[in-house]
Structure formats: C-alpha cells, structure tokens
Design a protein around this ligand. Sequence first.
Ligand SMILES: N[C@H](Cc1ccc(I)cc1)C(=O)NO
Ligand SMILES: [Zn+2]
Ligand SMILES: [Zn+2]
Length: 291
Amino acid sequence: SYTIDNQALVTPVLSQMQASNIGTTITELSSFTNRFYTTTGGSDASNWLKQKWAGMATGRADIAVTQFTHSGYNQKSVILTITGTDNPSEVIVLGGHLDSTVGSGTGETSRAPGADDDASGIASMTEVLRSMIANGYKPRRTIKMIGYAAEEVGLRGSQAIAQNFKANNVNVVGVMQLDMTNYKGSANDIYIYTDYTDSAQNTFVANLITTYQPTLTIGYDKCGYGCSDHASWTAQGYYASMPFETTMSQSNRYIHTVNDTFANAGGQANHSLKFARLAASFAIELGSDGA
Ligand SMILES: N[C@H](Cc1ccc(I)cc1)C(=O)NO
Ligand SMILES: [Zn+2]
Ligand SMILES: [Zn+2]
C-alpha cells in the first residue's frame, strides 16, 4: 500500500536539494563530445559517472557502485546500490539514461551534448544521492540508481537489466524513470505518463507531488510507444512510472541535435529540481518501509 508517512525523513532531504548542483552535473555530462553507446565518449561518460558516484559514497559501507557490461557494445550501465538496513531484498529503482545521440549516424566526433536528453535525469538522480548522503539517510529497503546505456537505440541497456533482474527474481517494488526533466515547455510542472506504466503507482506519484510539492501542478499524457526505459521494466511485469517535463505535443525540439544544451533549457535547472525532489520522495517513502 502506498502510504505517505515519512515526512520526518523526506522533508530534510528535499530542503537541502539545489538546482545549481543539478546544473553543474548537466554541464559536466554535456561536455563529452557525445555519449553514444558505441563511441569512446559513451564509454568515458559511463566511467566518469561510476567514479563520481563512488566518490560521493566514500565512507558509506552500505553504498556500492558497479558497472553492468552489455553484449554487443562498449558502453556500460552504471548501478549504484544503497543496501537496505532490515528489508534489503525489496528494491526501489530510480533510472535515467547515460547515452546521447544525434541520430543513427552518430560517430566518434559527432557533437551530441544531450543536456536535457538525458543528462538532466542523471543529474537529478545525482542530487538525490548527494542530499540523502548529506542527511545521513539510510533506507530499510534497498535503493538502486541506474544510469542506463543504449537507451536511444531501443531501450537496450534497460531491457538487459530488467530481464536480468527478472531472471534473478529480484523483488523490485517500484521503478521511476527520469528522462528529460529540465525543459519547461508546457503549462503544468510535472506530466505523469499513463502508458507503459502502472496506474496504481502513478496515483502514488501524484500524491507524492501534492504532499511534498503542493505548489506544483500535475498533467497527464501518453507517448503512444515505449518512449523510455520505464517500458523495459513494465515489460518484465514490474511497476514503473515516468514523470516527464512536458506534454507529448510540446516536447523539447532540441533533443537529438547539437542544440540540446543546458543554455537552450534556460541555463538553470529549476525544472529538474522538481523531478529530483519527486524522485527523492518516491525513494524515501518506499525505501523506509519494513518487511
Ligand atoms: N523518444 C524519447 C524522447 C521523448 C520521450 C517522450 C516524449 I512525450 C517525447 C520524446 C527519447 O529520445 N528518449 O531518449
Ligand atoms: Zn531520453
Ligand atoms: Zn532521446
């Protein structure tokens, strides 16, 4: 049951989160020539994220960072695991994708900053991690943060990981996808996508927004296809949600071009902060439940 009863744990983590930190991470990720799944930049970005997250977790024996090796391409997914204290077998997943693209012709020297798609999602997760650590938060369930490889070429990284988790009977109780969080292109703040997601969990997500970010407005929409990594988890029978930055019709026109830059989203991460706070409230409310 999706009870919202951990205000004492959630509120301090949310209040410490800052858009400026998210913007810094977006800028760092955007500085790789590209993060395409088959290029040097794509592998470098994966290794960079692993190092960044591992550095942030120094001193936390309950946090481990690993890379998931994929067959057929070099870019690895990055998985950070915060092992739960007394209910570790139940797992919450926050996800975003590491790779960037300017289309099927992307090569070694192609410029694909991918600031919104999806450095914004990775940066949002990173700020969740930073604030959880700053507040000494330790979940009862296990929380995993995943930077997926190869999303742009058919959700390949998340498909491999979700299939692997299913095959290993990992008890994932909920998944949230953060793909494109910083382009404020529509009237409402957060759009909950209702296809390839779980409706009961989507209701919980809406309730998290009204509880912890009551000034924000909520909209609903559909992609009409498996538009990001949440679809990989739904395909394996797990509960997934995708809060998105705009309506489908008003989605960011800069994506998959050289113009998907931090500057073209306004040079600030105020929109991403809403999604980072939502992800934190999702992970802490679900993560603080015992067996
Ligand atoms: N197809 C998605 C982008 C995308 C996702 C949802 C919507 I609505 C519009 C556009 C993608 O490129 N993900 O990386
Ligand atoms: Zn994306
Ligand atoms: Zn994309």
